[in-house]
Design a protein around this ligand. Structure first.
Ligand code: NAD
Length: 438
């Protein structure tokens, strides 16, 4: 079986490399020439632990190929995975232009029976629309079937997640698609990984529902944190106590500056739009989104309580990516917070272990300087903001930090420090929802 992957970003590249690692022959279509040059040499175009080894091994053993020629990639595949981006459109809906573009090309190019699998996150009903677009594009009728196979990998542990998923969800309406995807995923099923087969529309919705639920947990913890702070409770103690109940669980109950990234914000929004269009409004999700955006503004409010005028202050930032272990800065809270600081006339010095090159492509300003060490970002600053919880920020040399900062103000946007410990070094400490006694 030859598998074709169309779209080689975080999902497509990991899917392609992962399926090759399972022994399949995989052809990946790469649109971007610079990316193609790197990938054919086995150099990843994204930061993802373990990916370089996978690429190199599977290229060397000739299971993995990259091509700029989409027509030829389509014609080689028995199973075609669509893994192109579905970013947020102008009115908050998922922008499906790339998905439909690819569907039209599949329609024009298909020469032998295939299964077309939607891996991108798409609104309910899209996979069926893709089927109609392919049918319309065919000059002579070649049989094909469609399937939905949403992806649940997490950036930062994508390779591990793909090769050992907690679940594989497949939505089908034909025996051919069911059988092909059972074959593709059989190596994982043999490793006791659950393959859940359902109908196409339910599979599409499972993806949105899962992301929306996790986003809701985060916003719940954040709203609770703001209340905890007012009443003198400590959110870390509260969520720890809640999480001991197995019905609740401890994960995704971390209060902080809110969720970001290329998935949660756009998927929550896209679900809200789908609800509105079908007159089945998601009032809970609208609140989840509002709370999330409020958390970003909270950082500024806390800083303004120390410096009522931010103009002329110098602020250090630790962390730019939307979460640790990724270079992805799409909708990263850190970048929004930096923009707000710059708007108010602050100077910003920013450090991130991996994401600086990506941040530079989206945020340049004369008052913003990117530096290459964490301590350089703290030198001479009036406040230091911890915005992404990279491991290397967890145990800094506090006396050294204090000695190089102009004023020892530390805002811990991810609640990674013990407030009392930081304060014992002479810092003014702000967390999110932390009791002053913590
Ligand atoms: P990405 O932006 O990293 O990659 C998209 C890829 O598609 C790029 O290689 C781009 O060149 C290619 N592409 C775009 N338009 C194309 C076209 N018309 N023809 C050919 N190639 C085209 O996106 P991603 O993060 O990999 O996400 C892809 C999909 O998977 C999205 O729907 C996303 O919501 C979903 N998803 C993402 C994650 C994640 O953690 N990033 C996790 C699960 C699901």
């Amino acid at each position: 079986m030859t598998i074709t992957i169309i779209g080689t970003g975080y999902v497509g590249l990991v899917t392609g490399a992962g399926l090759a690692e399972m022994g399949n022959t995989v052809v990946c279509h790469v649109r971007n020439r610079e990316h193609l040059a790197k990938l054919t040499r086995g150099v990843p175009t994204i930061y993802e632990p373990g990916l370089a080894e996978l690429l190199k091994r599977n290229l060397r053993e000739e299971r993995l190929r990259f091509t700029p020629n989409l027509t030829s990639a389509i014609r080689q595949g028995d199973v075609l995975f669509i893994a192109v981006g579905t970013p947020m459109g102008r009115s908050g809906e998922a922008d499906l232009s790339s998905v439909f573009d690819v569907a039209r090309k599949i329609g024009r190019s298909l020469r032998r029976p295939a299964v077309v699998v939607m891996k991108s996150t798409v609104p309910v009903g899209t996979t069926e629309r893709v089927r109609r677009i392919i049918q319309r594009g065919q000059s002579k009728s070649i049989p094909f079937s469609v399937a939905s196979n949403p992806e649940f990998l997490r950036e930062g542990s994508a390779v591990k997640d793909f090769l050992a998923p907690e679940r594989i969800v497949v939505g089908v309406d034909s025996a051919e698609a069911k059988s092909s995807l059972e074959t593709v995923y059989d190596p994982l099923v043999r490793l006791e990984r659950p393959l859940f087969i359902t109908d196409i529309r339910s599979a599409e919705l499972i993806k949105y529902a899962s992301n929306a639920f996790l986003a809701a947990k985060i916003s719940f913890a954040n709203e609770l944190a703001n209340f905890a702070e007012k009443v003198g409770a400590d959110i870390l103690e509260v969520t720890k106590g809640m999480g001991l109940d197995s019905r609740i669980g401890p994960r995704f109950l971390h209060a902080g500056i809110g969720y970001g990234g290329s998935c949660f914000p756009k998927d929550v929004r896209a679900l809200i739009v789908q609800g509105r269009r079908t007159r089945s409004p998601f009032s809970i999700m609208a609140a989840v989104e509002a709370v999330n955006l409020r958390q970003r503004a909270l950082v500024l409010q806390k800083l303004l309580s120390v410096y009522p005028r931010l103009s002329g202050t110098r602020v250090g930032v630790w962390g730019l990516s939307y979460k640790p272990k990724t270079d992805d800065v799409r909708d990263a809270p850190a970048l929004d917070i930096i923009r707000a600081l710059l708007d108010r006339g602050a100077q910003v010095i920013a450090f991130d272990p991996i994401a600086v090159p990506n941040a530079k492509t989206v945020l340049q300003h004369q008052a913003l300087r990117y530096v290459s060490t964490p301590y350089a970002a703290a030198r001479g600053v009036d406040a230091l903001l911890l915005l992404t919880e990279w491991d290397e920020f967890r145990n800094p040399d506090f006396p050294r930090l204090k000695s190089i900062m102009r004023r020892p103000v530390l805002l811990d946007g991810r609640n990674i420090y013990r407030p009392a410990h930081v304060r014992s070094h002479g810092f003014t400490y702000f967390g999110i929802g932390r009791a002053s006694s913590a």
